[in-house]
Design a protein around this ligand. Structure first.
Ligand code: UD1
Ligand code: MG
Length: 510
């Protein structure tokens, strides 16, 4: 019975990554929007493998949980003891049913590998009809890596680990990138013959090449165009280097699609982010997660956007946003904080020192200064006065505030939710709004002011203020009788509530 030609991807991710000195398994360290493992799986994705096996070991539960998120179709296979890369592949293949075909093996710690390069490797392998093909690269510094040893005709003879290499072999700068393609049947056969006769006493996957070659099987080397793609990650210094390299690659790609990056060296864009044409990203800006930036939008300087959607021609300056939506032509910042489910409609404005959470701000509405908007719905073309607080939390539950369209709320208002301010309504400055304000009404909720004439000259005699008051000539003798008041009354007196709209002196700010 003919066996199906299956394509299997095996990712090796059981190692601890000792030199990372981390409680997080090495392959789960993040790098511009994906984990190291996520990058590798992404590079293999276009192969459309029939099955993907991920060998897990150190931090197996964490790695399995991550796979459920990012690659639910992949099969984790446990390598309880890390007895070498050959042992890991053997265990992986024991877990999948037999079958002819191709096996692609990728070390879990080569995150800069591009899908195109994996594709070219597989094509080269198939075209050569090889039993095994290794991806190699010429590197400036081969320290710690396996060397590609070729014979006089340039054919691959064997791959030698640095610790097992002699001086001549160590001088070779062509290295094994840790990415391979094998004929499944011949790989299974060779894996059964691996020895542990090496410096680490491990089963080396790389020995498969020498074994196949010694039995006359064709083995091949495919050299990567850009050695940077083959860089592994063994410690945090290398991780930082990889991050910079990936940043440069991502930034260059966006600039080539018509996005302006004013300072690419301080612009960090996750591989999962999308930007539209003529977006301009100013310096010191981080765009993360599922962030999308619309055409012609201006982002930065000094902006962090996480999972945030910014519409066309919007602007976000010196601000932080997480899980927010900014409509077309809307404006945010400088110094704004948009928290999850902050939704700004088209041409809305959230200005300086304003925090917004779980709130809709309608088209053209403005929250310009020093304000907290939490759990609110604001209609269209309304203006919220400076220094206002949407008082959403009673200590146990959160409540909503609703502000209508074309409303004008005064500066320094508290909206004690649940409360509503109707369409076209106004509120007076300094009001604590605890009751609904009907459409078109003026809501006033504050003490009436009274002035105690001559108080300073009497109570603060001899001070510069008193002298200034005397110079101003407003004092008609010392206060007495009806005009007199104690200090405490003057500072904290109950005052009166303004009965009508006249003289409320509402000072809405725009
Ligand atoms: C390996 C190669 C080396 C190559 C280098 C490229 C071998 C013997 N050597 O060396 O030729 O130049 O990669 O980066 O293969 N792993 C397991 N189980 C194990 C051992 C390792 O899953 O028992 C995984 C690790 O998690 C890692 C990958 O295999 O993702 C490579 O292992 P590592 O220990 O980093 O091998 P290197 O010494 O770097
Ligand atoms: Mg390694």
């Amino acid at each position: 019975m003919p066996q199906p030609h299956l394509r299997t991807v095996v990712v090796l991710a059981a190692g601890e990554g000792k030199r990372m000195k981390s409680t997080l398994p090495k392959v789960l360290h993040p790098l511009l929007g994906r984990t190291l493992l996520g990058h590798v799986l992404n590079a293999a994705a276009p192969l459309a493998a029939d099955r993907t096996v991920v060998v897990v070991g150190h931090g197996a539960d964490q790695v399995r949980a991550h796979l459920t998120d990012v690659a639910p179709d992949a099969t984790p296979v446990l390598q309880a003891e890390q007895l070498g890369t050959g042992h890991a592949v053997r265990i992986a293949l024991e877990a999948v049913p037999d079958g002819a075909g191709t096996v692609v093996v990728i070390n879990g710690d080569v995150p800069l590998l591009r899908p195109e390069t994996v594709g070219a490797l597989v094509t080269a392998h198939e075209q050569a009809g090889a039993a095994a093909t290794v991806l190699a690269a010429e590197v400036p510094d081969p320290t710690g890596l396996g060397r590609i040893v070729r014979d006089a005709d340039g054919h691959l003879e064997q791959i030698v680990e640095e610790r097992d290499a002699d001086a001549t072999q160590r001088a070779i700068r062509e290295i094994n990138a840790g990415i391979y393609v094998f004929d499944a049947v011949r790989l299974r056969d060779a894996l059964g013959k691996l020895s542990t006769d090496n410096d680490q006493g491990e089963e080396y996957l790389t020995d498969v090449f020498g074994l196949l070659r010694s039995t006359g099987e064709p083995v091949a080397v495919h050299v990567a165009d850009d050695h940077v793609e083959t860089l592994g990650c063994n410690d945090r210094v290398e991780l930082a280097t990889l991050r910079r390299l990936l940043r440069d690659r991502v930034n260059e790609a966006w600039m080539r699609t018509g996005v302006s990056l004013l300072d690419p060296a301080t612009t960090w864009i996750d591989v999962t982010v999308a930007l539209d044409r003529d977006a301009v990203v100013d310096q010191n800006t981080q765009l993360r997660g599922s962030t999308v930036v619309g055409a012609g939008a201006l982002i930065g300087p000094d902006v962090t956007l996480v999972d945030t959607i910014v519409g066309p021609a919007a602007s976000v300056v010196r601000s932080h946003a997480v899980g927010a939506e900014v409509g077309a032509g809307a404006s945010v910042g400088p110094y704004a904080y948009l928290r999850p489910a902050a939704r700004l409609a088209d041409k809305a404005k959230v200005g300086t020192f304003v925090e917004v959470k779980n709130s809709e701000i309608g088209a053209g509405s403005k929250v310009p200064h020093l304000t907290y908007v939490g759990d609110a719905t604001i209609g269209e073309q309304s203006n919220i006065g400076a220094a206002s607080v949407f008082v959403n939390y009673d200590g146990v539950n959160k409540h909503r505030t609703v502000i209508g369209s074309h409303a004008r709320t005064g500066a320094d208002n508290m909206f004690v939710a649940p409360v509503e301010v109707g369409d076209g309504a106004y509120t007076a400055a300094g009001s604590v709004i605890v009751e609904d304000v009907p459409a078109g009404a003026m809501g006033v909720a504050r003490a009436r002011q009274r002035n105690i004439e001559g108080w300073v000259v009497k109570r603060r005699a001899g001070t510069a203020a008193a002298q200034a008051a005397e110079r101003a000539g407003t004092v008609q003798g010392a206060p007495n009788g009806a005009g007199a008041a104690s200090d405490s009354e003057a500072m904290h007196g109950p005052g009166e509530t303004v009965g009508g709209p006249s003289g409320t002196g509402d000072t809405a700010t725009e």
